[in-house]
Design a protein around this ligand. Structure first.
Ligand code: ADP
Ligand code: MG
Length: 299
């Protein structure tokens, strides 16, 4: 059974959606990428062209998702934005200043759990502020606030090995936000979680984003996740990673799981799926040997 959906532009032209996108565009640009390219050197020479001519702007408190097939350069891109990887060409600016390396203005959350195993939840979250030389009651009460924000106040004295995957990622988010970054860079942060926990974390991240002055750049290869979270989705092509399209997501806020079945959501998902897996490029179904007797058919 197939359902006829209006084209994505039909939903994007909605007055409320257009007004929202205009408001985002009027906000100051927090991060700008200009003509970014990256070639990895390979032992045999030649090199691997991972990213090519990437340009983008992320406005204050925008939620941008970057989506693309595996190997298209998503992690390379976010590592360059974080200052953890060098670029071959182009530039990355944060608040108009060039990025030269990692800095507290950018918080990172990875898929792999990156908490300090020897520190409690409280001390993991307090790590950044303490490294910045901040001490005393103000920091302690701020850390308490972050634990409440991610719903872990009862687990303050637990260690990472005593926490579930979802709880560890909550700590990772709080730890990144405790440095008060201008932008939160997230590389498939929920990729290792089970479906239920993942859905809870998505909802929770939107709640946090609503309450904290932070801009988010979120990498995923999951269409549902991107459409649910993002204001805009940057779709990347692979080999080399290039910007295919920047898609405005025509879903009103606040978002909720009921939107997963809305026509606007389905049209967005269909549009992006078509960009990433064009019908002419779909792999043919392989010829498999038949291991059941003729007549013993499932259809
Ligand atoms: N350190 C590296 N050295 C050489 N090639 C790399 C390195 N890191 C990534 N690549 C290559 O760059 C491309 C993009 O990788 P990556 O950014 O990890 O993609 P994604 O995160 O989208 O799956 C891939 O072809 C990968 O093999
Ligand atoms: Mg990756």
């Amino acid at each position: 059974m197939s359902v006829e959906l209006p084209p994505l532009a039909h939903f994007q032209n909605d007055e409320i959606i257009r007004a929202r996108m205009q408001r985002i565009d009027q906000r100051p640009v927090v991060m700008e990428v200009r003509g970014l390219g990256k070639t990895f050197a390979t032992p045999g020479g030649g090199g691997v062209r991972a990213l090519d001519h990437i340009s983008l702007q992320i406005h204050r408190r925008e939620f941008l998702c970057v989506i693309g097939p595996s190997g298209c350069g998503k992690s390379t891109l976010i590592r360059i934005l974080a200052g953890l990887e060098t670029m071959s060409e182009g530039e990355v600016l944060i608040d108009g200043k060039p990025v030269r390396g990692p800095g507290p203005d950018r918080g990172m959350v990875f898929q792999g759990y990156t908490l300090f195993p020897w520190l409690s939840v409280r001390d993991n979250i307090a790590f950044g502020p303490r490294m910045a030389g901040r001490r005393g009651h103000a920091v302690e009460s701020e850390v308490e606030q972050w634990m409440t924000m991610v719903g872990l106040e009862r687990f303050a004295d637990h260690y990472p090995h005593q926490l579930s995957g979802g709880m560890k990622q909550r700590v990772a988010i709080a730890r990144a936000l405790a440095n008060r970054p201008r932008i939160l860079l997230m590389d498939e942060p929920f990729g290792a979680l089970d479906a239920q926990t993942r859905a809870n974390m998505q909802r929770h991240l939107l709640d946090i984003w609503e309450r904290v002055n932070v801009t988010i750049c979120f990498i995923t290869h999951d269409l549902d996740e991107a459409c649910y979270l993002a204001d805009r989705i940057l779709v990347l092509d692979a080999h080399p990673g290039r910007v295919r399209e920047v898609v405005d997501v025509p879903l009103p806020h606040p978002r909720g799981p009921e939107q997963f079945l809305s026509p606007a959501f389905l049209a967005t998902k269909a549009h992006i799926s078509h960009l990433i897996h064009p019908p002419q490029h779909q792999a043919p179904r392989p010829e498999l040997p038949r291991l059941t007797p003729v007549g013993d058919d499932v259809y």
